[in-house]
Design a protein around this ligand. Structure first.
Ligand code: SF4
Length: 396
């Protein structure tokens, strides 16, 4: 069964999806501090509303005490802190602030009426039951007159713009489930609580929007189910990825980053890259110097009228000519050039296939399969190796 986070993981990075959901790799990193903070705050708000259902209204101090106790009990050193300029205490205090702001804004928490907390939902995307999803609604509330509200707590630092929330899949999928499970549901409001900003955003989806989402989600599930390749995709998420030590983009970096300086410099990979970087810099310096001398030789030849210049053991012959340059295939004048060649019956003779563009189109699946099959006997495959030197300091 799929979940919103499972779909999102696939969209963000195919390899992380494979590691997590197909290979089910074990990792040493328990979870990130951001995820830990999120779950502590969620648990605290759940406790607040659960107690209310039993007619117990916690005071601000009581609920914060519960949160701090829970934090201390659950904290462990396997929790990953990426932003290492901040410690666990900073994150714990952030959570305190989120809860305090929320408490003050919504006290006494009786509107609208809460009908469920951390509710597990099944979302049926088709009638046959082939496309089933599951999720958890942080808090489901009933506002009367057939109006339901799905409340979701966000503890991330950024406040997404409306455009992002309009595309957000998670709560809209839950809205489908609420409409499926509550026959009196006329409207379903989606309510995001951005706790870091003490801000509430409310949206509602039309039936047409939900239908569009349903179809798109089915398409995405089909794409995932038929995927054969799961490639790594580098992004800001890599810093929080629990599979860095397994990922080809990060495994070497992870392996050497905590080595002592001596060990680090003796690592064969580190040695090779350092040597390569040194040589590339030398090559660049040399290339610049060669260019300067080349220009000086041309100037010397222009000034003296000599086209062969003598050295000690070698001579340089200076050839000056002209090369015809035609508009490239993306330039506007290209059409006119082709027109002239076509009129002259020369187009076929001079038109060439853009072999590079064609091979890229084949690799990225843009060429229909039947055409690829027909081209197959002309296509040879060769392993390509390219090295890109990147400046680590600059990236940081
Ligand atoms: S480290 Fe980055 S690229 Fe590698 S699996 Fe994780 S998210 Fe994907």
């Amino acid at each position: 069964m799929f979940s919103h986070s499972r779909l999102l993981t696939f969209e963000q990075c195919g390899l992380r999806y494979k590691f997590r959901y197909i290979d089910k790799l074990e990792t040493e990193v328990e979870r990130s501090v951001e995820a830990f903070l999120g779950s502590m705050v969620h648990e605290t708000l759940e406790k607040l509303y659960k107690d209310l259902m039993f007619q117990k209204l916690n005071t601000e101090e009581e609920i914060l005490e519960w949160y701090n106790e829970r934090w201390r009990k659950m904290w462990n050193d396997g929790i990953l802190i990426v932003r290492n300029e901040y410690g666990p205490e900073n994150y714990r205090m952030m959570g305190e602030r989120f809860i305090r702001d929320y408490y003050r804004r919504y006290h006494p928490f009786d509107r609208p009426r809460t009908i469920g907390l951390e509710i597990p939902v099944k979302i049926r995307l088709d009638n046959e039951g082939r496309y089933l999803m599951r999720g958890y609604i942080d808090r489901l509330a009933y506002a009367g007159n057939g109006v339901y509200e799905i409340h979701d707590y966000k503890t991330n630092g950024s406040l997404p713009v409306n455009e992002y929330l309009e595309k957000d899949r998670q709560l809209a999928l839950y809205a489908i489930a609420v409409k499926q499970n509550y026959s009196d549901a006329k409207r379903v409001k989606l309510v995001w609580h951005f706790l870091a900003h003490d801000k509430e955003i409310v949206m509602e989806k039309s039936d047409e929007q939900l239908e569009k989402l349903r179809k798109e989600t089915i398409e995405l599930i089909d794409r995932i189910n038929s995927a054969k390749e799961f490639r790594p995709r580098e992004s800001a998420i890599c810093d929080w990825c629990e599979f860095r030590s397994h990922c080809p983009l990060w495994s070497h970096i992870s392996r050497v980053e905590n080595l002592e300086p001596n060990e680090y410099l003796n690592d064969p990979g580190v040695k090779l890259v350092n040597r390569y970087a040194e040589l590339v810099v030398k090559k660049k310096e040399l290339t610049d110097e060669i260019e300067k001398v080349r220009e000086a030789i041309v100037k010397f030849s222009d000034r003296t009228g000599s086209s062969v210049i003598a050295g000690s053991d070698v001579v340089v012959k200076v050839w000056k000519g002209e090369r015809i340059k035609l508009p490239g295939k993306n330039e506007s004048e290209r059409v006119a050039v082709e027109e002239i060649l076509r009129d002259a019956g020369l187009l076929e003779e001079f038109s060439t296939i853009d072999a590079y563009g064609l091979s890229r189109a084949i690799s990225s699946g843009m060429v229909p399969e039947d055409v690829v099959k027909r081209l197959e006997r002309f296509v040879s495959r060769e392993r390509i190796e390219r090295l890109y030197l990147r400046d680590v300091q600059k990236e940081e």
